[in-house]
Ligand binder design. Structure first.
Ligand SMILES: C[S@@+](CC[C@H](N)C(=O)[O-])C[C@H]1O[C@@H](n2cnc3c(N)ncnc32)[C@H](O)[C@@H]1O
Length: 310
């Protein structure tokens, strides 16, 4: 079995249709090679005699665990700690302090959701920043989700190679333990701060089934939408906006943020040199925060880059 093996165009087209419908992953003709490559790799991992036999097993009526196996081999779950430091600096310096101030005033906790979190580095980075920002008072809830159970298992273990920590600043050491095998493990205290659940964001209706994922204050969805076709991207953004609390932040990759700005409920804000989309408050609605808190949030976005770096 090798990457050049032939899967008939009819079977491939039917497979592409099922994958797109059930996962949002999009393989137009010019990217079909990637679909074949992933199918062949998944076939090997699943003990099938050929990619064609595996593809056949995935046609209508096949068990969904086959589809899970394929997704695991289609998507590169590349991620690392503090990927895009400007985003995390803005989270630490401006966004989380303002949200905590608001939570202190309203008595409600701050909820952070990561969609397409892969092996968990993004979620643990958020948890470390949350720990640095929290003082006496409300704690933040942090939930990581992904379509693939395999990456979520890695995330729950919290064990990483030094490659995942390639951009890690020195302060991160207090959240990490060195293992005898040379790898690094996040501390139990950090693991207890987060939860991981399976969520297929392309098909899951809103509201999402877990309270921590409803009326979230920050939703990360970075390097995920790019795998979807335009319709699916828009639909997913609309659902994420519905899952955000008014004034909440949607954190996307720059290319996806441009597309998402078409959603009239979002406005673009900048902080620490990073761009975010924020869900608008309804004018005059009782969900608006007090003037003091609004001032703090706005001030945060005018702070510029002179604050302490991560
Ligand atoms: C490149 S990783 C992004 C990791 C992290 N967000 C980051 O930016 O570093 C993309 C992740 O999206 C997940 N994904 C793909 N389709 C998905 C879907 N329909 N629902 C949820 N997650 C999905 C993949 O399993 C993969 O782990």
């Amino acid at each position: 079995m090798n990457g050049l093996e032939i899967i008939s165009p009819e079977v491939l087209a039917a497979l592409e249709e099922r994958v797109r419908r059930e996962t949002g992953l999009h393989y137009p003709p010019e990217k079909r090679k990637d679909l074949v490559r992933g199918t062949v790799a998944a076939a090997k991992a699943g003990g099938y005699s050929s990619g064609a036999a595996f593809a056949q097993a995935l046609l209508p009526g096949a068990a969904s665990r086959h589809l899970d196996l394929l997704v695991q081999h289609l998507v590169v779950g590349e991620t690392y700690f503090l990927r895009d430091p400007k985003v995390f600096r803005a989270l630490e310096e401006d966004i989380l302090p303002a949200l905590l101030a608001m939570a202190t005033e309203t008595g409600e906790g701050v909820k952070i959701l990561s969609v397409g979190c892969s092996t968990g580095e993004e979620v643990y980075s958020i948890a470390m920043i949350a720990d640095r920002v929290e003082q006496e008072g409300p704690r933040m809830s942090i939930l990581g989700t992904d379509i693939s159970e395999r990456v979520l298992e890695t995330a729950r273990r919290g064990i990483y190679s030094s490659w995942s920590l390639r951009d890690a600043p020195a302060w991160m050491a207090r959240y990490l333990v060195e293992r005898d095998d040379g790898r690094i493990q996040v501390t139990d205290a950090l693991k207890e701060r987060v939860a991981f659940r399976r969520l297929n964001v392309a098909t899951a209706p809103v509201p999402y089934p877990w309270p921590e994922a409803r009326s979230a204050h920050v939703i990360f969805c970075r390097n995920v939408l790019m795998y979807f076709d335009m319709d699916t991207r828009r639909r997913v953004v609309d659902r994420l906006v519905l899952s955000l609390a008014p004034g909440g932040y949607l954190v996307l990759s720059p290319a996806d943020a441009l597309m998402a700005q078409a959603n009239g409920d979002l406005e673009r804000v900048k902080s620490q040199g990073a761009s975010f989309l924020r869900k608008r408050y309804r004018t005059g609605a009782c969900d608006s925060p007090s003037r003091t808190v609004t001032r703090r949030v706005r001030a945060g976005h005018d702070l510029g880059d002179h604050r302490a770096r991560l």
